[in-house]
Design a protein around this ligand. Structure first.
Ligand code: GAP
Length: 434
């Protein structure tokens, strides 16, 4: 399995991920996503939205504000409960999360550690022109609260009946004490969250259903089944709102760790918002003639955590005749580029023909064009960024109007008429979804 240093170096060199504000020495826990990273993140979001919202009749979407009325976080329990136990080294002053320590001495210098104190990991900011406590607000640490607070609006406007869900993708912020392991734990990340509202008493069944759906989604988009497992989180480690949590874990280079959480949040959040706001957030069930607060099942996953797991899973080094081929075997829908167009030489009219082929593909697929260095090196460059199909334009193409399409994983090469190229790539992409 690839180590994180090798992966980071590939990500930086090829334009997937850069340290944020690098010219100023970086900024701990913040990352920028380059030309390839931004495409891959978009593909992850699209794959999630397509299967969670578009293909389902029982889920609608939402895009709520990042900064919400601060009462939200009082009601949700985050002001009181969204805390880590922080300890500080008396000598070197480094700070750690108590639950991550193996002994009660400093892992950096061996010095003695302070007593633990509670540290709220929500970022605080001020709204309006005054910096005083009355104007204090928080950057959301989860997108879920936007969904709960808008529950009534969405219910009224969408006319959905339970069981139904509200999905949201958006930035979340946590002032993590120990960000790290590359992008695994960042201070700014993007959450993809579904709040699925169900009848009380059916929650356990739905919780199992969503755990199963979400594992299948990860496997469908490229995680090898042996690298994924479900871990039922014990009560002592669960979030304050959770009756049951299943962590979908991935086998990272540093061991098994959380990729996604699926929680049974019960009626906790809607009840609290109803109490604090005074609004009636109950649901009238026409079927049973009863009024109640729905229970909520929540699958929640980070775009960047998914990004990291999929890159690790995809990374392969394979011997070839020139030494070692590094190939990212990303699922074609997740890969940044779908097609690379490569003219065999830089001579005209070959380049013009290759540009025409590239222009033909661009409206349909993220396409890249590369005419520098030998064809072997160009194949390798595309393999290293996971491009599933390379289209080579050669001198014969000028006569027979055909090009060669090379498959990244099978390494097969097939001649295809240029006017059938778009449909050929479309068919292969469709087939890759199974
Ligand atoms: N609304 C539920 C919730 O926020 P969570 O387990 O704290 O639950 C959900 O977060 C997912 O968000 C995690 O499984 C992980 O994929 C991602 N995530 C959480 N904290 C993160 C961080 N600091 N950096 C990157 N991703 C993070």
């Amino acid at each position: 399995m690839v180590d994180l240093d090798t992966l980071f170096s590939l990500c930086k060199r090829r334009g997937f991920v850069y340290p944020s504000s690098e010219i100023y020495g970086g900024f701990g826990g913040f990352w920028d996503y380059g030309p390839l990273g931004v495409e891959m993140k978009r593909n992850i979001r699209d794959a999630w939205w397509r299967e969670t919202v578009q293909l389902r009749e029982d889920v609608v979407g939402l895009d709520a504000a990042i900064i919400m009325n601060p009462k939200t976080w009082e009601a949700s329990g985050h002001v009181k409960e969204f805390v880590d136990r922080l300890v500080e080294c008396n000598d070197c002053k480094q700070r750690f999360r108590e639950d991550e320590l193996e002994s009660m001495s400093c892992p950096a210098c061996g010095g003695a550690l302070s007593q633990a104190r509670l540290f709220n990991t929500m970022f605080k900011t001020f709204v309006g022109p005054v910096e005083e406590d009355a104007a204090a607000a928080y950057l959301r640490p989860e997108t879920a609260q936007g969904i709960f607070v808008d529950f009534k609006n969405v219910l009224t406007t969408s006319r959905k009946k339970i069981p139904f869900g509200i999905a949201q993708i958006g930035k979340a912020f946590r002032n993590e004490i120990t960000p790290g392991r590359f992008i695994f734990r960042s201070r700014e990340f993007e959450a993809m969250e579904l709040e699925f509202f169900v009848r009380p008493g059916t929650d356990e069944e739905w919780w199992r259903y969503w755990l199963d759906q979400r594992v299948k989604w990860h496997v469908k988009y490229g995680v090898s089944p042996e690298n994924i497992r479900v871990y039922e989180v014990p009560a002592t480690d669960r979030a304050h709102y959770s009756k049951a949590t299943g962590d979908i874990q991935f086998k990272y280079p540093f061991g098994w760790g959380e990729l996604e959480g699926v929680a049974d949040r019960t009626d906790y959040d809607l009840t609290r918002h109803g109490e604090v706001s005074g609004e009636d957030l109950t649901y009238f069930d026409e079927e049973s003639g009863q009024r109640f607060i729905p229970y909520v099942i929540e699958p929640a996953v980070g775009v960047e955590r998914t990004f990291l797991a999929y890159l690790i899973n995809a990374y392969h080094e394979e011997p070839d005749k020139e030494g070692t081929r590094v190939v990212l075997k990303l699922h074609p829908w997740i890969a940044p580029y779908k097609v690379a167009v490569l003219p065999l030489s830089r001579k005209e009219p070959l380049v013009q023909k290759a540009r025409e082929v590239s222009a033909l593909l661009r409206p349909h697929f993220m396409t890249t064009y590369d005419d520098s260095q030998s064809i072997g090196r160009r194949y390798r460059r595309q393999d290293e960024i996971g491009t599933p199909y390379c289209v080579t334009v050669d001198f014969q193409s000028l006569d027979d109007q055909q090009v060669t399409i090379r498959d990244r994983d099978r390494m097969t090469q097939e001649r295809v008429p240029i006017d059938a190229l778009v449909s050929t790539v479309q068919q292969r992409l469709a087939a890759s979804l199974g």
